[in-house]
Design a protein around this ligand. Structure first.
Ligand SMILES: [Zn+2]
Length: 581
């Protein structure tokens, strides 16, 4: 009896310490009691008495410091701390310096000059997830301030919004930079007034030579009044495109010449190159680092999560922050993400679409989110993969198979099974003495979903089937083959486009014993013409079983022994996109 008491006392102490340690040093008696009953269920009837004991122990334990609680736990029950140290689910590493900010704000800031691809998903998913992790906010900011060289396109604003919604990364606020030109002008003027910038009218080549020699150009040291006059001239049309640019004064000896006195605003002839949203209303446009740098501060972004190719941009922007006396947000730079055999360059994607190499932004050869969506890749698969890749600063190379593995887990339980016979060839089976019915599960793991049924009525002991040409090589004279869910046949004659066989036996066990391959088929005369577009852009034509008639657009199914597909269109015929095996 006393041994039991001793055990109970120990258990109370153990769980009180653990609960306290996990909750900033303060244990809750009720929670501790729950743990004890969980471990010693035979004490359930005595819960009231035990709770009194627990309260006493908890009071003592709560007086200890967290360090002390931890030390006792480590000494007596080290396994408890190890178990708890392992997170149950993969979470992202904590963000730096969160305690400095009352609210965590992250952003995703695309230029709407192209659709998004799987590389962009990383910035989206991580920024969104961190905002959610800290109960913060996630902003979508369109960086559309280059109407000439990286021209935004109206359609892409919407497609980007759709992509984010599809990924499940809803944003709390949307900002469009082309609405904010007056703000950028205001700060440009402030910068010129405080001598942090200047209006440079040097021909590019002259400026370049100077800057490479770490020397100021003649404009740099002109008085503020002259700078402001020049600035007015930029705004009111006194200067033409290419004739003047606002530069930020930096360290002329900066080891990276690309950082020295970087350009902040320039003139674009919007009569010739109107902006799709604001037309020719403005002629002075900020360059990336100026508008992005200002906005991150002005919008209260606390954490910037982006690729390490932005490290140089951060160095540039820090000069701006220095002039305005602002603190730079926390920035996290992750490494490059490559996907074997996927084009992740916006310019290459755009060029390919414009030149007709690709059928559009949804071409299955592309890794754009539209293309992935069309191919039946679930957004959850992309989110999970990106969380797994995380914010590692090292470069990561993924294969398509990595994505497919995540996707398969998600779509496999949902996708019902059907037969699709590609480029059908005829299979005649003789000596079939009676009618047969094949009853096949829509999904082997979910029998409650029901069956697809094929009825076969032999004529003169003969049945005719359609089988896939991809199975043609299996047909060798005398070979035994099983028709799934039906019976076993023995091949007799093989001709091009036609195979003759005889009924062999009924049972699956027999097929198993003889190592007979299983194949799928359709009754001759049945089937819906189906075109499947493969990831390489080629098509596979064939017939899908009649029960596919009730499928709906966007449904993801599995053509047995072929792969997962997403139904793109369905009427008298089916158009499907191949996902993966
Ligand atoms: Zn100059």
């Amino acid at each position: 009896m006393s041994e039991n008491f001793e055990k109970l006392d120990k258990t109370i102490r153990k769980y009180s310490l653990l609960n306290a340690y996990l909750h900033k040093g303060k244990a809750q008696p009720q929670v501790v009691l729950g743990k004890i009953i969980g471990e010693m269920p035979w004490l359930r009837g005595k819960a009231k008495e035990i709770l009194e004991k627990v309260k006493g122990v908890v009071e003592e334990v709560n007086k200890l410091s967290v360090e002390e609680q931890k030390r006792i736990l480590e000494e007596n029950w080290p396994e408890l701390l190890q178990v708890k140290a392992k997170p149950e689910k993969k979470v992202l590493p904590p963000l730096p310096n969160v305690e400095k900010y009352p609210k965590i704000v992250t952003r995703f800031s695309p230029n709407p000059d192209c659709v998004l691809h799987i590389g962009s998903a990383r910035a989206i998913v991580l920024s969104w997830k961190y905002a959610r992790m800290y109960n913060g906010e996630f902003y979508l900011r369109f960086e559309d301030t280059d109407p000439r060289y990286k021209r935004p396109v109206l359609e892409f604003y919407d497609l980007i919004r759709e992509d984010l919604l599809w990924l499940g990364c809803r944003w709390d606020k949307e900002i469009i930079q082309s609405d904010r030109l007056e703000i950028y002008y205001e700060y440009a003027e402030k910068l010129l007034e405080m001598g942090g910038g200047y209006v440079c009218t040097c021909p590019p080549q002259v400026f370049k030579e100077k800057i490479f020699a770490c020397e100021p150009c003649p404009c740099r040291d002109l008085p503020v009044e002259t700078q402001l006059e020049r600035w007015e001239k930029m705004l009111d049309g006194g200067f033409g495109e290419g004739e003047a640019v606002v530069r930020v004064k930096t360290d002329l000896n900066h080891p990276n010449p690309a950082i020295r006195d970087w350009p902040a605003l320039r003139i674009i002839d919007t009569k010739k190159f109107p902006h799709p949203r604001v037309g020719d209303k403005y002629r002075v446009w900020p360059l990336y680092n100026f508008s992005c740098g200002l906005d991150d501060h002005l919008l209260g972004i606390t954490h910037i999560i982006r690729g390490k190719e932005h490290l140089t941009n951060e160095q540039r922007q820090r000069f701006l922050y220095h002039y305005f006396g602002w603190d730079y947000p926390e920035s996290i730079h992750y490494g490059r993400l490559k996907i074997t055999d996927a084009v992740l360059s916006k310019s290459k994607i755009k060029l390919g679409v414009e030149e007709g190499v690709y059928s559009g932004y949804g071409d299955p050869r592309l890794a754009t989110l539209i293309a992935l969506r069309r191919r039946g890749i679930a957004p959850e698969a992309i989110v999970e993969l990106m969380l797994e890749v995380g914010v590692k600063p090292v470069d990561v190379t993924l294969s398509w198979e990595n994505l497919y593995a995540y996707n398969r887990k998600i779509i496999d339980p949902k996708a019902n099974r059907y037969f699709f016979v590609s480029n059908p060839i005829k299979l005649e089976v003789f000596n079939v003495k009676k009618p047969y019915t094949a009853k096949l599960h829509l999904h082997p793991d979910y029998p409650e979903r029901g069956f697809r049924v094929f009825n076969f009525q032999p004529e003169n002991e003969k049945l005719v089937f359609l089988v896939s040409d991809s199975d043609f090589n299996l047909f060798k004279p005398e070979k035994i083959i099983r028709l799934m869910g039906l019976f076993n046949i023995q091949v007799k004659e093989v001709e091009e486009k036609k195979v003759k066989a005889v009924f062999h036996s009924e049972h699956y066990e027999e097929a198993k014993r003889l190592h007979a391959p299983l194949i799928h088929y359709l009754p001759d005369g049945e089937g819906i013409p189906t075109t499947t577009i493969m990831p390489n852009g080629l098509t596979v034509k064939g017939l899908a079983e009649n029960s596919c008639k009730k499928l709906k657009t966007s449904e993801i199914i599995q053509f047995e022994r072929f792969g997962f597909v997403r139904i793109e269109k369905i009427n008298q015929e089916i158009l499907a996109y191949f996902s993966h095996k």
